[in-house]
Design a protein around this ligand. Structure first.
Ligand SMILES: *Cc1c(COP(=O)(O)O)cnc(C)c1O
Length: 709
């Protein structure tokens, strides 16, 4: 079966000498290789920007003349040849991991996830879970771990956030142009797009068309139900991430787990292992059992086989993060499916029944924990919390014995290190540092970077961030539908010389975005200080159904636009991967203040740390493992407490007033705040190797991927 067929020959105008650009545009490898991005940017800076850094779209739109003159430009061709050499070598060289391990490329790991965050031009993510999945695939590609991603092609993405005149989040969508993105139809011999059939009870079966995203050496296969073969009601199943009612959600999960398994079959991929990223795809475990029963196993032995080949990763201690469906709804869709498993109704329902809440419904996390041989949480603390949370599934075991391990999350370095910072590391760390970046010894060389150089690079990134925010606000102003206080609240008055805190995450109660406003008088003193002021940049969306989250956004936006806070607080619209990049590169301090123990891991602080932005955080999630006493700040107690806001805020203010602000503004005679740069360096060297996706994937390999095969 062929895939990656060019879309209707839209690249016909590419001169032969530049044919490779098409392959490059269709493989996300370009997104984490600065030289490849540069190759597109060199063609036409403005077009690159206007395409939203989407090479597929840009190449389609560029006039043939531009391409012909690039092909005739020796400078361009020099860069082109070098990038193509690296790209082809990366794609074609033997997979480094398989070369020396017993994993076989022929039986890859199937990695199921409801979201994948890869690049802002592919809106298949809502937040942290998606980026974790995207970084997982990218790092598996770099390490050569055979894995195949399974998910959804959501043509309407998640949500586009607009803050309206009244300061509330409006939920809009933005339709993806499937023909102009780094995504391709999977085509059969006849030239038709490959489809799979998902059986639905009491209905006509639903079909899903298969798309493919090339993530370096890895394929991500995505399902799309919005095709004419389906009834209108079912076309919308894959329309949007986490949208619709409970029934729609169940249909999505059936398509993800059961349809996803059939995608693998349709592609002729025999997987050696199933890895479920969160419980949404837990039906994949049932489908695997069903396949084995069909081949002659009884349920018990099929279940045992599936145990041996499955890993489940759970991501949140928040109750709403675990789907529970009414038993009647499950029965409606599984009535004719469960006999194929050789199960009666009660036996089937018991698989998803929570022992402490037997009547609550069918719990997807319970199902996943029961059927997977291995399970893990995403930080050390989250491991403890998770074992306690699900202990009743193992009544004969103590909490410590509950078989849920942990692998602390990490981020894909090449995707999150800003290119100018990466150049600095290239210059001082020596040849081949990137390939050894999970080795802490490499990072000791951070000391060799002159303070001035690191500081100036950081300052330049802060300028870029503020420039980007002002550009966004200017566009908003020019559109004519914003009033002055609105654009004032969006960051038009930000000042690059001022100590800048960044807070960007999903807006939901437990993350407490408004904590720093607890004592407005005290905060104002800091914001308005005549020679040592601070400013704060906020960004984040709230789930459309989260009314409290909407209120938090409103509250902060009202602060941001109020003249009383003097333009020193900004709320930037529509937090996505691009804004996230600018923010984690450009702010001075990354603020994080969830209510413990709700933050399973968190990853944005890791992204900031790689770029020398220290973390100012509650001791929760990854920070309990990351904080050394020298690489940032920790405030508040890790213990669970009621009514803690006041106390946490006091500690936050104290740190800012007595430690962070004075250190930041204490520049030496040469204009460089050496002590501050010292903290930046500690941040980089203590966090980059440990919280890299490379360390994470190697841990998945040794703990789970190798042993299970
Ligand atoms: C990294 C990232 C997240 C997740 O960060 P958290 O620290 O887990 O909140 C969410 N959204 C975007 C756009 C990101 O880049």
């Amino acid at each position: 079966m062929e895939s990656g067929i060019p879309k209707n020959g839209n690249f016909a105008h590419l001169p032969d000498r530049l044919r490779g650009l098409e392959d490059l545009a269709e493989n996300l490898w370009w997104s984490w290789n600065p030289q490849a991005r540069m190759l597109f940017k060199m063609l036409d800076r403005q077009a690159w920007k206007e395409s939203g850094h989407n090479p597929d779209l840009m190449l389609r739109q560029l006039p043939a003349d531009t391409l012909i003159s690039a092909a005739a430009d020796p400078n361009y061709m020099r860069h082109y040849n070098l990038v193509m050499y690296h790209f082809n070598r990366y794609i074609n060289e033997p997979w480094p991991w398989t070369a020396h391990e017993k994993t076989e490329a022929k039986s890859p790991i199937a990695y199921f996830s409801a979201e994948f965050g890869l690049h802002h031009s592919l809106p298949f993510f809502a937040g942290g879970l998606g980026f974790l999945a995207g970084d997982h695939l990218k790092e598996c590609s770099d390490l050569g771990v055979p894995i195949v991603g399974i998910g959804f092609m959501y043509p309407a993405g998640y949500l586009r956030q607009i803050i309206n005149r009244d300061g509330w989040q409006d939920n809009h969508t933005q339709q993806l142009d499937r023909e102009a993105a780094s995504i391709n139809r999977v085509i059969d011999e006849k030239g038709d797009q490959v489809r799979v059939t998902v059986p639905f009870i009491n209905h006509r079966p639903v079909e899903a068309a298969i798309w493919k995203v090339s993530v370096g050496r890895i394929s991500l296969l995505l399902m799309d139900t919005d095709i004419e073969q389906n009834d209108p009601a079912f076309r919308s199943i894959s329309h949007q991430l986490y949208a619709g009612n409970q029934e729609k959600r169940l249909l999505q999960e059936i398509v993800l787990g059961i349809g996803g398994s059939r995608v693998l079959q349709a592609m002729g991929t025999r997987c050696g292992m199933l890895h479920l990223n969160e419980g949404h795809a837990a039906f994949a475990l049932l489908e695997k059992i069903r396949e084995l029963v069909e081949q002659g196993d009884d349920f018990a032995s099929a279940r045992q086989k599936v145990r041996q080949m499955s890993l489940f990763t759970t991501h949140t201690p928040v109750a709403a993060g675990h789907d529970v469906f009414p038993f009647e709804l499950i029965e409606k869709y599984f009535k004719t499916y469960r006999p194929e498993l050789d199960l009666g109704k009660e036996e089937f329902m018991d698989l998803g029944r929570h022992p402490d809440k037997p009547d609550q419904g069918f719990n997807m996390t319970v199902l996943a924990l029961r059927l997977s041989g291995k399970s893990n949480a995403v930080s050390r603390k989250h491991g403890e919390v998770t074992r306690s949370m699900w202990q009743s599934l193992w009544p004969e075991k103590t909490e410590k014995q509950v078989p849920i391990d942990h692998v602390t999350n990490g981020v894909h370095l090449a995707s999150w290190i800003e290119p100018k910072i990466r150049l600095l590391y290239n210059k001082y760390f020596g040849e081949g540092w990137y390939n050894a970046h999970d080795n802490p010894a490499i990072w000791e060389f951070i000391e060799e970077i002159p303070d001035r150089e690191l500081w100036q690079t950081h300052y330049w990134l802060k300028l870029k961030l503020i420039d980007y925010i002002r550009h966004k606000s200017r566009n908003r102003w020019s559109s004519g539908d914003a009033d002055p206080s609105q654009v004032a609240g969006m960051g038009t008055m930000l000042d690059p010389s001022v100590l800048t805190l960044g807070f960007a995450r999903r807006f939901t109660t437990y993350k407490r975005p408004d904590l720093i406003f607890s004592d407005l008088g005290r905060l104002k003193k800091m914001l308005h200080h005549p020679w040592r002021p601070i400013q704060i940049i906020f960004a984040g969306k709230s789930h459309p159904d989260d009314a409290k989250g909407h209120e938090l956004i409103h509250r902060i936006f009202e602060f941001a636009r109020s003249s009383e806070l003097g333009g020193r607080v900004a709320f930037v619209e529509n937090y996505n991967e691009q804004l996230s990049q600018y923010m984690v590169h450009g702010v001075d301090v990354w603020l994080n203040n969830p209510v413990p123990p709700m933050e399973a891991s968190g990853t944005s602080g890791m992204k900031a740390a790689l770029n020398g932005v220290p973390h100012l955080s509650i001791p929760d999630g990854w920070w309990l493992e990351g904080f050394t006493g020298k690489n940032g700040w920790s405030f508040g107690s890790a213990a669970e407490k009621q009514d803690r806001n006041k106390e946490d805020a006091e500690q936050l203010y104290g740190l800012l007033e007595n430690d962070i602000i004075p250190k930041y503004y204490q520049a030496d005679e040469d204009g460089v705040p050496h002590q501050w740069v010292g903290i930046m360096k500690e941040t980089i060297k203590s966090c980059a190797p440990l919280f890299s996706a490379r360390r994470m994937i190697k841990e998945y390999i040794t703990k789970f991927y190798t042993e299970s095969r």
